[in-house]
Structure formats: C-alpha cells, structure tokens
Design a binder for this molecule. Structure first.
Ligand SMILES: *Cc1c(COP(=O)(O)O)cnc(C)c1O
Length: 395
C-alpha cells in the first residue's frame, strides 16, 4: 500500500504550505470509497451511482470521481454540462448524467463528450429529437418525470400527452427513467409513498427502461425505493441523509477542518469578544483566536451570543466552545478550561497549535445545526483558501 498525501500546489512560492495557510482541509478518500461500498451493499442488485455535483459536494469533483471510479462506481450525476466535462476527463468510460438537462444549445457539446442529458420537459425532448435527426442516429438520454416535487421533470399529464403522440420517443435512446423524492429525509412523510406509487405507474409506461428514484435518503427508506439504480450524494460525503442521521449517522465522516491558533489572550470578565460584543465574558477567560472564518465556509451563525451557545471545536481531545461571532477570517474559542493547570506537563493550547473545527467529534450536523443550515450547504460552501489534502491508500 502506498499512502498518498497530496496537497494543493502552492502558487505563491512558499514551500511550506503548513506554515502559510490558516486552515487545513483534509479529505479522506478511503472513507468516501467505503461509504460508497456500504451504500452499494445496502441496495443489493441495484446499481449504485454517485452524485458529484456542486464540486463533489465541496470536496473536489475530480478527486471524488477518481476515487469513486476506483471503488467501482460507473455512473455519475452532475448538475451542469461544465461539471460533466470535468468528470469526463477523469472517468473516460463512465455514464455521466446532466441533471440540469439539456440547456438550450448545449446538445453538440454534450454529444462531443458523451454526456447524457436528463430531459425534463417536452421542449428539451423536442430539441434532442431534432438533434437526433441532424446526426441521423438515436441519442442517449435519461427522462425525468415529476412525481410531486414540482422542480424539474414532466408531470404525469405531460407524459400521457407525450405518449399519446405517434413515435413519441423516436430518436431517443432512453437509458434511464428517473424521479426525485421531495421529503425523503423524513421517513414518515406521506409524500414518500405517494411519489413511489406515482413512479411505479410512470415506470410501467416505459417497459424495459431502467428506473431510478432514490437519493441517499431514498436508500434508507427501504428496498421498494431502490429500483435499478440509486443516486446517493450526501451520504457518500458523510452528511446526514435522514433527519435522524444528524444525531446518529451510519456513514463515515470524510471531511476534517483544522485551523491554526494565531494568538492566545486574556479577556477580563465583563468585556465583549469580537464584532457586536455578541458574547460578554462571564469570568476572566483565556481565549484562542484561530485563522478561519466565514470566508472559509464556517458560517457566521455558528458563533455564540449571550443568549445562544455556538458550535465547539476540539483542541487535543478537549471540547472548546466558540465565544462571540465568527468573523470573515477569525474565530475565538474559549480555552479557559484547557489552561487550568498551566504547568509543564499540561501547558494548555499554544500559539501555532491547531483546533479542529469540523470532523472527528465535531459532526457536520452539529456545526450545520448551530449555523441553522443543513450538511449539504455547509459542505458545498467550504472555501477555496484551505491547504487541501487528500488521503487515499492506493493498492
Ligand atoms: C442532488 C441529487 C441527488 C443526490 O441527493 P442526496 O440527497 O445528496 O443523496 C440525487 N438526485 C437528484 C435529482 C439530485 O438533484
């Protein structure tokens, strides 16, 4: 085994990124691959694809596609043609589906790179059929049917109209029929069952076509949601698919964020910390200021105020709460408890040490909860100025 620890190239001429970046983002591609294998096992004979849109949910589209492809994943879902091109460079033989569908005029580019649009309207179908005439061959596509989400896809009545016309699907090499669940994070939501029944009916209108309904949450809803292919995203990246996963997540965490301590200072009781003096020190406090902030995707709302505790970090295995607001480039942590001994055996946090902001004991769900958002938004919002490292064992 060969342990790879790759860093993003440093364009600034400094050799030691370790000492020049404020925060480090470590992405465990082994855990990503294990999450894929775990989901693949959960769906039995169905194919396990991967959603890698949004720059691979923030971790890097190319790295995600490469690792998942090595794990055995052969089908990828992206939102946009541009993302499809990036995926194609990494996975020359994979099926790559464009969830945004056929953006007007994008057809020739999609065909040049063997990208499959997920057609979601009659207009898109007609444009693809016209192109098929030009190319004198059937063109590959997936068809998105809407079963209750009202976002993309043909409504049931439109499918009926379409199939009522002669040679309705002429020129289309239909690779997949898909729909998307709107409320699957709540297994008790009645819409799940309604969408499943509507999808079964629509599926019967396209005999012989492979079918796909489940995202990550759909996989956890049970085998009657698995069909021929599942399209997990968030569970691959260690985020919560079901609401229950926020507290009890069966997936491995793959993302870790550590930020460097720039300064340690004393704050006398009664003084405020940071913008707006949002939290006033209730006692004489020791405070560590670290080099990360909302510009790194660590949301401002994850900070604390006098009325609301914020997220916490980990220093040397010990929990340290955020104190005050998160700034663009800086976060303050209350390290008073860690300084209690302050002797040579237990000197407490030092300038230059790292505090873990995300990963390990700090779940994405915990930080997202404090930030009043969801794991998806936290992951896709991780900034671009980290010292990014990818861990992967290559056999
Ligand atoms: C994003 C997306 C997925 C993946 O969803 P997760 O909830 O991240 O598993 C699957 N299908 C469609 C249509 C999507 O837009």
């Amino acid at each position: 085994m060969d342990r790879h620890d790759t860093r993003s190239d440093s364009p600034d001429g400094f050799t030691d990124q370790e000492a020049t970046s404020g925060a480090r983002l470590t992405i465990d591609l082994n855990a990503l691959k294990q999450n894929w294998q775990d989901l693949n096992a959960r769906i039995g004979a169905a194919e396990c694809a991967a959603a890698v849109k949004g720059n691979g949910y923030g971790i890097g589209l190319e790295q995600a596609v490469a690792a998942l492809n090595r794990a055995g994943c052969q089908s990828f879902f992206v939102a946009l043609p541009d993302e499809g091109l990036k995926a194609r460079k990494i996975a020359p033989t994979a099926d790559i589906f464009i969830l945004g569908g056929l953006m007007r005029g994008s057809g020739p580019d999609l065909l040049a790179h063997d990208l499959i649009p997920v057609l979601g309207s009659i207009e898109e179908i007609r444009e693809w059929q016209n192109l098929a005439q030009t190319y004198s061959r059937p063109l590959p596509a997936a068809l998105h049917v809407d079963t209750g989400m009202n976002r993309l896809g043909l409504r049931e009545s439109e499918v009926d109209d379409l199939l009522g016309t002669p040679n309705a699907m002429e020129g289309i090499d239909l690779r997949l029929l898909m729909s998307h669940l709107a409320c699957a994070s709540d297994p008790d939501h009645p819409l799940n069952r309604q969408q499943k029944i509507a999808f079964q009916h629509l599926r019967s209108l396209f005999p012989g076509t492979r079918a796909s309904l489940a995202n990550s949450a759909g996989i956890f809803l049970g085998s009657e949601f698995h069909h021929d292919l599942a399209r997990p995203g968030i569970s691959l990246y260690g985020g919560a698919a079901l609401d229950a996963h926020v507290h009890d997540n069966p997936m491995r965490s793959i993302v870790k964020v550590d930020a460097r301590i720039l300064q340690i200072r004393n704050v006398p009781a009664g003084e405020g910390i940071g913008y707006g003096s949002a939290e006033i020190a209730k006692r004489d406090a020791r405070v560590a200021i670290v080099a990360a902030g909302y510009a790194d995707g660590f949301h401002r709302r994850a900070g604390s105020s006098d009325n609301n505790p914020g997220a916490f970090g980990i220093w040397s295995g010990r929990k340290v709460p955020i104190i005050g607001r998160v700034s663009m480039d800086l976060i303050a942590f209350d390290i008073t408890e860690c300084c209690a001994h302050n002797n040579s055996i237990d000197p407490g946090p030092q300038r230059g040490d790292w505090i873990t902001l995300l990963g390990g004991a700090v779940s994405i769900g915990a930080v997202a909860g404090h930030a009043q958002t969801i794991d998806y938004e936290l992951l896709t919002g991780l900034g671009s100025r980290y010292d990014r490292r990818y861990l992967e064992d290559i056999a």
